[in-house]
Ligand binder design. Structure first.
Ligand code: SAH
Length: 232
């Protein structure tokens, strides 16, 4: 059988000590230890300028904060990635296209990702253009840096890598996979503080259970997320 290439993440950051952080625990941590994916960090500051290895400067045109220099980040990217590296080059950014489960699935099936983590006010626009960085947002709020955003993206990808999750089918019925939020789950005890498990789930009638779950998923999606595209 043709073996898919391992999913490899290269992280360009001013804070490599953030990694693997939470990705070193539980599902993603076990998978990392088992060699199902690989994580490499690159300290952008290694390409910083002068005695202080400076990486940022004040924004042209004025305004608060600092901006990561295009030349410094480009040098770090060029040193860390061969020109023919097939991995998509992502920049975590609140201006980016919001991350979706379908994009996560696409990325998880590929060779991995190269991710730039911004800090301060962000990065000089010209390096985004010159190195073809794809801006990706994890939501409409502002973090202090791209590291946690990169971890969110990686966590979502890694759990979809074949062999990482226990059951192969795990994931196929989850929220967003069919354009729907997931149906509610129940487990023992049968009665919790006077709340019984819905009768249908104990009926053993698999068709009836599937129909009930779909109806629940439709209702929850309609009520909570009318903005989601209509399910297929
Ligand atoms: N001045 C910027 C915010 C910079 S926040 C603006 O107004 O758009 C500093 C860094 O945190 C960013 O460069 C980015 O890498 C990261 N970041 C912040 N919020 C994020 C989000 N919602 N999604 C992804 N990355 C984010």
């Amino acid at each position: 059988m043709l073996q898919a290439p391992m999913f490899r993440a290269a992280i360009f950051t001013l804070y490599p000590d953030f990694f693997p952080g939470p990705l070193g625990q539980s599902l993603s941590g076990d998978a990392l230890a088992r060699g199902l994916w690989a994580l490499e960090t690159r300290q952008i500051r290694e390409h910083g300028l002068g005695r202080h290895k400076s990486v940022d400067d004040s924004p042209a045109g004025g305004g608060p904060g600092m901006v990561i220099r295009a030349d410094v980040l480009a040098a770090s990217l060029d040193a860390g990635l061969a020109p023919d590296d097939p991995r998509p080059r992502l920049l975590m950014s609140p201006r980016g296209r919001p991350l979706t489960q379908s994009r996560v699935r696409e990325l998880a099936q590929g060779p991995g990702v190269a991710i730039v983590c911004g800090r301060f006010e962000g990065v000089d626009e010209r390096v985004i253009e010159a190195r073809g960085l794809e801006e990706v947002s994890i939501g409409d709020y502002v973090l202090s840096g791209g590291e946690l955003a990169a971890m969110v993206l990686l966590d979502a990808c890694v759990r979809l890598i074949p062999g990482v999750m226990g059951k192969l089918e795990s994931g196929s019925e989850e929220s967003f996979e069919a354009g729907l939020l997931e149906y509610p789950h129940y487990t023992r005890p049968r009665d919790f503080e006077g709340r019984p498990i819905p009768e249908v789930l104990l009926s053993g009638d698999h068709a009836k259970i599937a129909a009930w779950r779909r109806a629940q998923a439709l209702e929850i999606t309609r009520a909570r997320r009318p903005d989601l595209p209509k399910p297929k």
